[in-house]
Design a protein around this ligand. Structure first.
Ligand code: M6R
Length: 365
């Protein structure tokens, strides 16, 4: 049932404040402001030498964000790869490692094969899945379920942000277990996570503006997405969403990579989406925007009020997001990124919930 929405995707985008809240309530304690992930002992965060993450598509991008979090908040090295490569790489895996597989369906063939490879090599296995009775869930030592509810649209939206919510709680608790985060730091981070449903509601209020921007974008043959830090995987996700839904060719890049090649693509026909909340490296992103602006590229900047004030007028359009703590940013900024591809696809007249050539669950290799 699509409720009052035209597509399942729109409904699922709008469900996010609620389902992120449900998911968080399983993994953090809102009262004590502590992460409290059921089954976390199985991961052995106090003993392991490394976390391995493997997944496909959007779930892989959630894993890429988590890599930044595990490194920063828990000082844990992370190995991550798309499952279709990981499973064939013959990479060394050992018993003192924790391998984490992320999958909405829990049935993705390559992800399952990567899981089995790690299991054979003696690693502890954890899964972030949305479907509790899935094969990946069954074959894991510990399951961290996302409480996103059934996701019908082929494009992953609410599953992605719920995966991020679980992964953030995991990384924060790992940080406490490993003695990296103090109680105050943990409480600040958990407090930030607890605010995400409210920030998501505010982010959705930008929809009319995004719809208008998307109308002009729907005429472009190509688009670029740029971001740094945890917003770099979001740039990759934005490009994937635009490709799969609107069939417009798009690429995501780490903003600092621009001058190593993709800047050659910039001209007045190239829309460039920059995902950049104001943070410690914001000024670097402003330089990248100036390089794009100097070549006539059309910049759409997703940032907060401070970022808008310090953007040096490089952007043609600015979508002003709520001011959010760093750990919340990739989750909150995922919403406008999803809305851009949704509305562009609607203008293009493509089949939003069932894009051509795609299957919801890829159970073949
Ligand atoms: O069910 P899974 O999370 O394992 O699926 C992984 C990918 O197939 C999936 O995220 C795909 O990339 C989506 N179409 C993205 O919107």
């Amino acid at each position: 049932d699509k409720g009052n929405f035209r597509h399942f995707m729109a409904k699922e985008i709008h469900e996010q404040p609620e389902v992120i809240g449900h998911t968080l309530s399983r993994y953090i304690d809102f009262g004590t402001r502590k992460a409290s992930v059921p089954g976390i002992e199985t991961a052995g965060f106090d003993k392991i030498s490394r976390v391995i993450i493997s997944a496909c598509g959007t779930a892989y991008y959630a894993g890429l964000v988590a890599k930044y979090w595990f490194e920063k908040y828990a000082r844990l090295p992370v190995e991550i790869d798309v499952a279709s490569e990981f499973r064939y790489r013959e990479t060394p895996v050992s018993e003192d490692e924790f391998a984490l597989f992320i999958s909405q369906s829990g049935e993705t063939a390559d992800t399952l094969a990567s899981l089995r490879y790690c299991k054979q090599n003696g690693a502890r296995i954890g899964a972030v899945v949305n479907v509790a009775e899935s094969t990946i869930a069954r074959e894991s030592d510990v399951v961290f379920q996302t409480i996103a509810g059934p996701e019908i649209g082929v494009a992953s939206t609410k599953a992605f942000t719920c995966q991020l919510a679980v992964l953030a709680a995991l990384a924060v608790q790992a940080g406490r277990i490993r003695g990296v985060l103090s109680e105050e730091q943990e409480s600040e981070l958990v407090g930030a996570l607890a605010e995400i449903p409210g920030y998501a509601v505010q982010a959705l209020k930008r929809e009319v503006e995004i719809e208008r921007l998307s109308q002009s974008l729907s005429k472009a043959p190509n688009a670029l997405y740029l971001g740094r830090g945890t917003n770099f995987p979001l740039a990759l996700e934005g490009a994937l969403k635009l490709k799969e839904l609107s069939y417009i060719h798009a690429e995501g890049y780490a903003a600092g990579e621009l001058k190593h090649g993709p800047i050659a693509l910039i001209d007045e026909n190239m829309p460039v989406f920059v995902i950049a909340p104001y943070d410690g490296i914001y000024s670097k992103t402003v330089s990248n925007m100036q390089e794009v602006a100097a070549r006539g590229g059309r910049i759409v900047l997703l940032t907060d009020a401070r970022g808008a004030a310090e953007s040096g007028n490089a952007a043609d359009d600015v979508v002003i997001m709520p001011d959010v703590p760093e750990i919340a940013a990739p989750i909150v900024y995922a919403l406008p990124v999803q809305l851009i591809s949704y509305h562009t696809a609607v203008f293009m007249g493509t089949d939003v919930d069932q894009p051509r050539n795609l299957a919801k669950s890829v159970t073949v290799e």
